[in-house]
Design a protein around this ligand. Structure first.
Ligand SMILES: Nc1ncnc2c1ncn2[C@@H]1O[C@H](COP(=O)(O)OP(=O)(O)OP(=O)(O)O)[C@@H](O)[C@H]1O
Length: 606
């Protein structure tokens, strides 16, 4: 049992909505479709009237059969059956078409909203939640939402039919009508009890599917590492377990749904037995006509149908409601990064000030504690420090990807929280450690920074990086396809594209997480040349891994456990013989051209 439910907990941003709230939200989406919805309702009413008239007319005809004009009534009946059949078919056709159109349009809108909600979430959201699960909210959950609406419309037509038939039956014989309806409370009670269980089971089924999606997505993205470490069997075993969970969860909900239907039909059949027996007695005693008896028996099917179909619909109906709940939770997820104003960001000199900043990703650990630092406009700062010291976190805070909990961050002496974030990001160039390229050509990827840039501008910036030699080395130059995530290019080439991209953007502040992957000396030189151009005249925050970058920086900041341990130039810090010289000997010294393996370390004066 534990295994079946493991990992199916709600996401932190999930929330529960009442049915009323959900329906209100759904109606809100349908408001622009009002004319189409009115047409659908008119067609539903017409359909239901025709379906009610059908048994009514046959019942009347049975009564007239005993009269002398039996033949005439039979012909009239045939004509009516043909006419009402054709009309009902036409109404149904248009109803289905209108429904498909309006539901399709709403799903289109909902999916667009879900997608833009995902796009606007801050980075903490993506760190916290698996991309596979987010994907399934935008794709399959919005699809399931469509089902709920289509079913509701079908249900509406059935309920209307139900009401019409009940009215007709009461007019014919109130006593028999009451008897027919006496079973109804029992059916409703069973259906309601089932409802709570069904919602829970369906929600688990969706979560287990999202888990399968997330697992497959992670495995496919990390397949190189998996193969490298020969983890195929482990991955397979993990998938088998998650897939088996999905199987059991679905099996359980299948049993529930399949079990409920026969129960409801059984209760409905008790109603039929009552009507056949008591109705037959009434006919024999002459209280009701044979036609009326037929009408009651015939109507029973129509009467139970909506109730039993509510139950059989319920699986999909619940699936749709749970899906819409998940989509709305995604839409309503609270942003963690809060801007207090939306001021436009014009030219920036690039001065950055941290004033007593406190920052943590979660409750477990405070990454920056009372952190203060001023970076002058145009200055190049190299952050160094042991892994986990907080270097990248500083970059993420300047990028405004995460919210800090205390203190102030000022950009050009203005609070970072007052900026229009889109505007601010356009002044910020970010070069990640492993550059991500989108499928398309090299030129497309460079142009990503400024879509309006002409071919000449793209070519010009590419030429500026490393003299453009690297473009010649690509099979089709700037038109070379980079493949998914840039897989068709070497790591060095990807870095060069990323540099050209940021150069085209002309940002005021550059945040660069320097690549640790080693590249050949020629590419290294091209990258260095590109960096010299990019970092000049801009504020640059470099999470440095290469000795040459560190030596070229205006200032080196040594971080230790979220605090500044030392700062100064390479020479000053080496002279001091503290934390930096220790780091130098451990990490950077082997990159020096003067380094000879086996000659030992430069002694530090700690
Ligand atoms: N998204 C995250 N969620 C929770 N904790 C995080 C997250 N990212 C980093 N941390 C934690 O914050 C601390 C600082 O991480 P950070 O990435 O800033 O270090 P770093 O100095 O850049 O390390 P490295 O050189 O290895 O990249 C680490 O202890 C890390 O475990």
């Amino acid at each position: 049992m534990g295994f079946i439910m493991a990992g199916l907990d709600a996401e932190a941003y999930d929330r529960s909505y009442t049915d009323g709230q959900l329906i209100k939200r759904i109606i809100h989406y349908f408001r622009p479709k009002l004319p189409l919805m009115i047409s659908i309702i008119v067609l539903v009413v017409l359909n239901s009237c025709l379906d009610t008239a059908f048994p009514l007319l046959i019942s009347n005809s049975i009564d007239t059969l005993v009269s002398t004009r039996a033949m005439e009534s039979a012909i009239g009946l045939v004509i009516f059956i043909l006419f009402s059949g054709a009309l009902s078919w036409t109404c149904n056709l248009f109803r289905q078409r209108f429904t498909a159109r309006s539901v399709g349009d709403v799903v289109l809108q909902l999916r667009t909203d879900a997608f833009s909600a995902v796009m606007s979430r801050d980075m903490s959201f993506f760190d916290e939640f698996s991309s596979g699960k987010i994907v399934s909210r935008v794709t399959s959950d919005t699809e399931n939402f469509a089902t709920v609406v289509t079913l509701t419309l079908n249900l509406l037509s059935q309920v209307l039919l139900y009401v019409l038939i009940v009215v007709v039956l009461f007019f014919r014989n109130a006593q028999l009508a009451l008897m027919t309806l006496s079973i109804m409370p029992l059916i409703i009670l069973v259906a309601l009890g089932f409802r709570t269980l069904a919602r829970k089971f369906t929600r688990n089924a969706q979560r287990s599917l999202a888990r399968v999606n997330a697992n497959v997505q992670e495995i496919v993205s990390g397949i190189t590492i998996a193969k490298n470490f020969r983890q195929e069997q482990n991955m397979y075993d993990e998938f088998k377990e998650i897939n088996a969970q999905s199987y059991y969860v679905n099996l359980r909900s299948g049993f529930l749904y399949n079990g409920i239907f026969p129960v409801l039909v059984f209760i409905a059949n008790i109603g039929t037995i009552l009507i056949v027996y008591f109705g037959g007695r009434n006919v024999a005693s002459g209280t009701i006509s044979a036609g009326d008896w037929f009408l009651f028996i015939q109507s029973l099917g129509l009467l139970w149908q909506p109730l039993t179909s509510i139950a059989s619909f319920w699986s999909q109906f619940q699936l749709g409601l749970a899906a819409s709940e998940r989509v709305f939770a995604l839409l309503d997820a609270e942003p963690r990064v809060h801007q207090v104003d939306q001021q436009p960001v014009k030219e920036l000199s690039g001065k950055i000030t941290f004033k007593n900043v406190f920052f943590s990703y979660d409750d477990r650990q405070t990454v920056l504690k009372d952190f203060s630092l001023t970076i002058k406009g145009g200055e190049t700062i190299a952050f160094v420090g042991h892994t986990g010291a907080g270097k990248s976190s500083i970059g993420k805070l300047i990028s405004r990807f995460y919210e800090f909990q205390g203190g102030q961050i000022l950009i050009d002496d203005q609070d970072i929280r007052t900026f229009d974030l889109q505007d601010y990001h356009s002044r910020l160039g970010i070069v990640p450690q492993a550059p991500f390229l989108f499928s398309g050509t090299v030129a497309d990827n460079i142009r990503y920074a400024r879509p309006t840039a002409s071919d000449e501008e793209v070519r010009a910036v590419a030429q500026r990086i490393g003299g453009g030699d690297w473009i010649e080395a690509l099979p089709e130059g700037l038109d070379t396809m980079v493949g998914e995530t840039g897989r068709a290019l070497s790591m060095g080439q990807r870095q060069l594209v990323a540099l050209a991209r940021v150069l085209l953007q002309e940002p005021a502040i550059i945040i660069m997480d320097e690549a640790t992957a080693s590249v050949d000396p020629l590419t290294e030189a091209q990258i260095q040349e590109g960096l010299d151009i990019i970092l000049a005249r801009r504020t640059a925050i470099v999470i440095a891994h290469r000795l040459s970058t560190i030596k070229h920086a205006d200032r080196i900041i040594v971080l230790n456990d979220g605090r500044i341990a030392e700062e100064g130039s390479h020479e000053e810090l080496m002279e001091r013989g503290g934390h930096y010289s220790e780091l130098y000997n451990t990490y950077f010294r082997h990159q020096s051209p003067d380094y000879r393996p086996g000659e030992g370390f430069i002694p530090t004066r700690v």
